[in-house]
Design a protein around this ligand. Structure first.
Ligand code: TRP
Length: 360
């Protein structure tokens, strides 16, 4: 069976370091390992509309931004197919048929959806389309026969839901859909980056993100105002590392190389932490250190993005070609699904023959 990746993001804003750590850099890694037969990366504009239906401009604008972020991070259109969800109409049709296989209470139990409903104040009246998006995500994944879905851990309930749909579809209609698997980083530190304010998650709506496209000054400001240890007031004070965002980020981004380059007084992070804990190490030092490391990582991405943004024709062409290819794949799956469900009336003359046989 071919090894196929499908993954994607909602175009509701530019992508940030949380996306990068949670899934983006892993995708680039997987892409460059050349172990996969196909890689599809979807800009999920239709899904973005399930909770932004009243703001279509925002979704439209961010399709371009997300495409730029992908390419700037190293997604290579020669190796990966980038496409726009809504333009692959087959996905909507698949969703419609999968809806029969999922109960309302199952959707309401989905922990990610539950959390999002709360966050958006949808408790009293949930738009049906929003509640339904895990089913539409199952269509995204199965349409491309994806075997592997590299996502952040918040997406695990979606993959679980997809697996249930595949299981139940194949049970009822015969072996048709491919069973996908989620791939999240094994390393716990790499699964989720907290916001710069110390909140659990980096999130646009909380305003605690460092964007891949932020300029150097902006990144500096954000790092210098990061949440550390509120009781660490004077340099001599003992400091806490636990829950200190600067150290959480250093856990993710710093290596021995970074110390040699930017903070040679220390061998490694353990030494730095120990000094902070016993007192005598100021926040400014650790923040400057972190800033240097993040800058080194973001600068090439930023530069590439800048160049690409001057060539919208190129981005447009990549999206258009990617979408055409995706349409073809999804069409093949939809045909298979309709055949399995016995609703392929005009695919051949079988239906006619059945009518003839019945009354002759
Ligand atoms: N739900 C994902 C997110 O919010 C985006 C998405 C839509 C997706 N369809 C997908 C991710 C299919 C993986 C596979 O980021």
């Amino acid at each position: 069976m071919p090894k196929i990746i499908l993954t994607g993001d909602r175009p509701t804003g530019r992508l940030h370091l949380g996306h990068f750590v949670g899934s983006l850099r892993r995708r680039v890694e997987l892409q460059n390992k050349l172990e996969f037969d196909e890689i599809f990366i979807m800009i999920a504009d239709a899904q973005a509309l399930t909770d932004n239906f009243d703001n279509p401009e925002k979704v439209r604008n961010n399709v371009f931004e997300v495409a730029l972020d992908y390419l700037a991070c190293g997604i290579d259109p020669k190796k990966s197919t980038i496409f726009i969800q809504s333009a692959v109409e087959e996905l909507t049709e698949l969703t419609f048929y999968y809806m029969n296989l999922v109960t309302l209470s199952r959707l309401e139990r989905n922990p990610t959806v539950k959390q999002e409903i709360k966050l958006r104040g949808f408790e009293k009246s949930i738009p049906v389309g929003f509640l339904n998006y895990p089913i539409s995500q199952a269509a995204d994944i199965t349409a491309f026969n994806a075997t592997c879905v590299p996502v952040g851990e918040d997406q695990l309930p979606m993959i679980e839901q997809t697996r249930e749909i595949v299981h139940s579809f194949n049970n009822i209609y015969g072996e048709t859909l491919v069973m996908p698997e989620a791939v999240v980083s094994q390393n716990e530190k790499e699964t989720r980056l907290p916001g710069t304010d110390g909140k659990k998650k980096m999130s646009k709506s909380l305003g605690n993100c460092i964007y891949l496209s932020d300029d150097s000054e902006t990144v500096k400001k954000k790092v210098m105002s990061m949440y550390t240890d509120p009781d660490h007031i004077k340099i001599e004070d003992k400091g806490k590392v636990e829950g200190n965002v600067v150290f959480t980020y250093l856990d993710v981004f710093a290596n021995e190389n970074s110390f040699q380059k930017y903070l040679p007084e220390y061998q490694n992070l353990d030494e730095l932490k120990a000094h902070y804990e016993r007192g005598g190490l100021g926040d400014v030092t650790i923040k400057k250190f972190l800033y240097s490391i993040i800058e080194e990582m973001l600068e090439p991405i930023r530069q590439k993005r800048e160049v690409l943004s001057k060539n919208p024709e190129y981005i447009y062409q990549i999206l258009e070609e990617g979408t055409k290819k995706a349409q073809k794949e999804a069409r093949a799956t939809l045909n298979k699904v309709k055949r399995a469900m016995k609703i392929n009336y005009f695919e051949n003359k079988d239906f006619l023959q059945e009518m003839i046989d019945k009354y002759n």
